[in-house]
Design a protein. Structure first.
Lengths: 315, 341
């Protein structure tokens, strides 16, 4: 008899307590890749900044930020967020799209609101919100700038990132953009979004090609390496370099009127903060938020550089 | 009986050994011919200087790795260690610039700290392996993760950049030359010569080979196995520190992407050069050639576009395996084995 009462009482309390807890606190899990290169470092910094800002402004929001070193690692992270943290919303920037479909689908099936950032999932029905930079536009905006500076018979070299969809989208859009202009692409090589590789690949381009008018590095880490190689060869006056993403050192240089890197194209790691804000708005705002948000990839010039300058960010 | 048989076989073996020494050199010469035929710019003075300077990092680290591997150990932490030391040097030099302004002493301080950190890190690896009795693979896998995370942490996930004032003073260490040979190449040459003498002309080198071929026999022969082993790791740390000292002025920055996979490149250079991965036999000269081969492959791939970019890794793989095949002289052994006894 007493056991029965106890069980009933227990059941009643759990039943009462669980929803009460859930209503008090909205738990949001944020899963992103660890800071393995410059851009991801910026991503981590902006995610932490956003976590602090959002939690201060919204006492009902509890954000858990986890970082992963590999797709498999990230899959486990998401499982933990579902089972241990019992999240009501998941903001995820997938390491790679395909391997993370199932873990994110599980989160969706557990009832969580899903926000996918940057690298979209092949099955779009899983995501409620999609926030991304625009790789295609990064390529085409860069190409437009090259068209304003160069013309028929001018030579350029391209340093690419890591062979992935992101890189291919940028590259294809750029090639399409300069098609028919007579600009001659001497060669393209992968520099792995890495300064050292950018330096070495550019050194080799410099010894191979006596006439280079422009360099498209499509990433600022690579561009920093390219700059050193060009300086070493003493060929600064011969060419210009365009990177991409919006690294603070590069933006600062553009503000100061650097002629070697005159412009940049934005691909902001701060997009994670946008995604987190939109997710919070789903719980705290009366406006609808579901849908796709593609951020612009504007050209950063000396005139507008200041608004993209974050001196405290590590990137 | 067995002694005389051994002596009888010697002249033939001597010729075989000669080819073994020449194997890596042969591979390098073939590679140079290939590079030149694909693009004559390969042998321009500028490009040759680039290859030599670039190979200095891996080469110097690989000289240290030759000792570790010869004595039967392995060090997987060198790439992370280089990133960590580079990061600490930059932090310390930036701090010194803030406190005292930029001068030549800032750079001297940075170099001093680098040496201390390198020797310390090497000692930790050696101590844990010998006194802690943990396998070198596990110890250095652990320290590899620790150093990589530490540099990421200190850089806040981003990039540590050297203060511009200090950078201008330090820059010549990478970019300037003496007798038309850049300083990094001089460092590489000096490290290689000292390494060669240590390996081939001192008791220490012989002890390394003895420990690597049979630890127990070495111990019974009154060789202080633990001490010698620890010294090999300290030498490795010192080499990493020297490589970092010439690396930092190149880009003036360090991040979590610095030195990724250097450990594998260094080990590959050692093995291509003829040192046995299982220990007991070390060749400094071969290691130097191994480092040059690795750098030359990457350079040749950048100088040509007949091969799809996506296949770069495959080409590297084929050349590395072919170089070791030449060096092992397996084709010769095969032919000899067919001869009746």
């Amino acid at each position: 008899m007493s056991i029965k009462v106890l069980t009933l009482a227990l059941a009643a309390t759990t039943a009462l307590a669980a929803p009460a807890l859930a209503q008090d606190q909205i738990r949001i899990g944020v899963s992103i890749p660890a800071a393995t290169h410059g851009w991801a470092g910026g991503l981590n910094w902006h995610a932490q900044e956003a976590e602090r800002r959002i939690e201060e402004a919204n006492p009902n929001i509890d954000i858990t930020l986890v970082t992963a070193d590999s797709p498999a690692d990230q899959a486990s992270d998401i499982e933990d967020l579902i089972s241990v943290q019992q999240i009501q919303a998941l903001v995820v920037l997938p390491f790679e799209s395909d391997p993370l479909v199932e873990p994110v689908r599980q989160a969706k099936e557990s009832g969580a609101f899903i926000t996918v950032v940057d690298r979209g999932l092949p099955d779009e029905s899983i995501q409620d919100v999609y926030v991304a930079g625009n790789n295609t536009e990064l390529g085409s905006v860069s190409a437009e700038y090259f068209l304003t500076r160069l013309g028929d018979g001018d030579n350029i070299v391209i340093l690419r990132g890591i062979p992935t969809v992101i890189d291919t989208e940028r590259f294809d859009a750029f090639m399409e953009g300069i098609e028919g202009s007579g600009i001659n692409v001497l060669d393209n090589q992968f520099a792995n979004w890495n300064r050292d590789d950018g330096f070495e690949v550019m050194q080799d381009f410099l010894s191979r090609f006596p006439d280079i008018d422009g360099v498209w590095a499509q990433d600022d880490d690579i561009a920093m390496g390219v700059v050193e190689a060009v300086r070493q060869a003493g060929r600064e006056d011969e060419m210009f370099i365009v990177g991409g993403a919006g690294m603070k050192d590069v933006i600062k240089g553009i503000m100061d009127g650097d002629e070697l890197i005159p412009v940049n194209v934005l691909y902001p790691p701060a997009m994670i903060a946008t995604a987190m804000d939109v997710t919070v708005a789903h719980f705290n705002s009366n406006g609808p938020v579901t849908g796709t948000y593609i951020l612009g990839a504007p050209l950063i010039t000396q005139e507008n550089a200041e608004q993209y300058y974050f001196p405290d960010s590590p990137f | 009986m067995s002694v005389s048989a051994h002596e009888a076989a010697k002249p033939r073996k001597g010729f075989h050994l000669d080819l073994k020494t020449a194997g890596p050199l042969l591979a390098l010469i073939l590679l140079i011919i290939l590079g030149y035929s694909l693009n004559p710019a390969f042998l321009n003075e500028g490009n040759v200087t680039n290859i030599l300077t670039r190979s200095a990092f891996i080469g110097i680290i690989a000289v240290g790795a030759t000792f570790v591997i010869t004595a039967g150990g392995i060090d997987l932490s060198v790439g992370s260690m280089a990133a960590f030391i580079a990061g600490m040097m930059i932090i310390i030099m930036n701090g010194a610039v803030d406190a005292f302004g930029a001068s030549i002493w800032t750079v001297v301080l940075g170099i001093g700290c680098s040496l201390i950190l390198g020797i310390g890190a090497g000692f930790i690896n050696g101590f844990l392996t010998t006194k802690g009795k943990i396998e070198a693979f596990i110890v250095t896998l652990g320290t590899m993760g620790i150093y990589r995370s530490l540099v990421t942490y200190f850089a806040d996930g981003g990039t540590l950049s050297l203060n511009n004032g200090a950078r201008e003073i330090y820059r010549p260490v990478y970019y300037e030359s003496f007798l038309r040979i850049p300083y990094p190449v001089w460092t590489f040459i000096i490290v290689a010569i000292i390494g060669w003498i240590l390996m081939n002309r001192t008791a220490f080198g012989r002890y390394c080979m003895a420990i690597g071929s049979n630890e127990h026999v070495a111990r019974y022969s009154a060789i202080k196995v633990d001490r010698i082993r620890t010294v090999t790791y300290i030498l490795q740390g010192l080499c990493v520190s020297l490589a970092t000292i010439i690396y930092v002025p190149r880009l003036g920055s360090a991040s979590s992407a610095t030195g990724v996979l250097w450990e594998l490149e260094a080990i590959a250079a050692v093995i291509i050069g003829g040192t046995m991965l299982k220990g007991g036999y070390g060749r400094i000269g071969g290691t130097v050639i191994g480092a040059l081969i690795l750098t030359a492959i990457g350079n040749i791939l950048n100088l040509t576009d007949i091969i799809s970019n996506y296949l770069n890794g495959a080409v590297q793989g084929v050349i590395i395996v072919a170089a070791v095949y030449l060096q092992r002289g397996s084709f010769r052994t095969g032919r000899r084995a067919k001869k009746p006894e």
